[in-house]
Design a protein around this ligand. Structure first.
Ligand SMILES: Cc1ncc(COP(=O)(O)O)c(C=O)c1O
Ligand SMILES: [Zn+2]
Length: 354
């Protein structure tokens, strides 16, 4: 779809050939705004690329990505698990990475840079290698060592562990991008567009889904899904938007806290969870998440590391599938939700890089 970019803070707008995801005036995050009404697409699309018409216009190489299975739980028949570990780098992050890499190539970049806690870097390292461009990865000093080795094993990325946390790594990534003409990637607008495909797939696989439960870190996934669901409703693909449920790890549950206080102010929390993929103190798309919950009649739930670990074990016992802690946050939230036997609930199992 044709689009332009708009700053979420100062509202400045830029043509689609603007080569950044950050506002040149105030350094705020940009969003993709489409020109015209979203198109009605075949809802039974099975492949990620069946939804290309819902993505920002671009020159996409059809890399392998998405099209993951949604399987019905044996023990809880109204629960359907979206198996995102079926993506090439074992998490949903690949959906956003293919869009960011395509944009980097389109604008003629030879290198991308990103700050990450692990899965996003692994995904970007993988696709930049396929695309033949360099990847500079900056990670906080407390990053999961298994994830660090996996990224290094891709073989093409330059990985730097900084002294400081993820927020500092993000600042360094921004300055690196400016100094070295590297395309800044991460939890920004093009990634959000790629994450949208999750909603298109889920609703195609489970028409009439009543709830979608989503693990939340920076909240790019849930806000992308909300954007997609609004597009789907406006094009007539669906009549009703399912309730969106945001799940955070206890201790880094700033959105849950704001939701409970019925406030629009999200307060930073220093993460203490072992679920590193969702250990985010102040989610970038937190306000969009509160709006998604409000508009869909959804909710926000916090789960403990112990509750996630229990789900990790039972998923392995029930289906032989290994997922990471943050990946099963959606299942851990189930006992805390109210739903009826006729409800059809999609639980996003977001990743499996243990
Ligand atoms: C496995 C997994 N689940 C959930 C999330 C949270 O996604 P988001 O940051 O888009 O909220 C991440 C992010 O890194 C992840 O890797
Ligand atoms: Zn701005």
């Amino acid at each position: 779809m044709k689009y332009y970019l708009k700053c979420t803070i100062c509202k400045a707008s830029y043509q689609s050939d603007f080569e950044s995801q950050i506002c040149a005036k105030c350094r705020g995050i940009l969003e993709v705004v489409y020109i015209g009404k979203p198109r009605k697409l075949g809802i039974s699309g099975k492949s990620f690329w069946d939804f290309e018409a819902a993505l920002p216009d671009g020159e996409y190489k059809h890399y392998v990505v998405g099209g993951t299975r949604l399987v019905q739980s044996e023990s809880r028949r109204n629960i359907f698990m979206k198996l995102e570990m079926e993506n090439p780098t074992r998490s949903f992050k690949d959906r956003g990475s293919v869009i960011e890499i395509a944009k980097a190539l389109e604008y003629g970049y030879k290198e991308i840079v990103c700050a990450s806690t692990g899965n996003m870097a692994y995904s970007l390292a993988y696709y930049s290698k396929i695309a033949g461009i360099k990847a500079k990865i900056l990670m906080g000093e407390h990053s999961n060592p298994h994830k660090v080795s996996r990224i290094k094993a891709v073989g093409s990325a330059s990985v730097q562990i900084i002294s400081g946390d993820f927020t500092k790594a993000e600042d360094l990534a921004k300055s690196y991008a400016e100094k070295h003409r590297a395309f800044l990637t991460g939890d920004y607008c093009y990634r959000e567009e790629g994450q949208k495909t999750m909603a298109y797939e889920v609703l195609g696989q489970l028409p009439g889904a009543t709830h979608v439960i989503v693990p939340v870190g920076n909240a790019t996934l849930i806000s992308g899904m909300f954007k997609a669901l609004k597009e789907m409703r406006s094009s007539g693909m669906i009549e009703k938007i399912p309730k969106l449920v945001a799940v955070q790890a206890k201790g880094s549950d700033s959105v849950v806290d704001a939701y409970r206080r019925r406030s629009d102010t999200i307060k930073y929390m220093r993460p203490t969870t072992k679920a590193d993929a969702i250990a985010v103190g102040l989610p970038k798309f937190g306000l969009q998440t509160l709006e998604a919950i409000k508009e869909t009649g959804g909710s926000a739930v916090a789960v403990t590391d112990r509750e996630m670990a229990a789900q990790q074990l039972s998923m392995y016992k029930e289906c032989g599938i290994v997922a990471e802690l943050g990946g099963v946050a959606s299942l851990a939230a189930l006992p805390k939700l109210r739903y009826g036997i006729t409800d059809r609930i999609a639980a996003i199992i977001s990743g499996a890089n243990v």
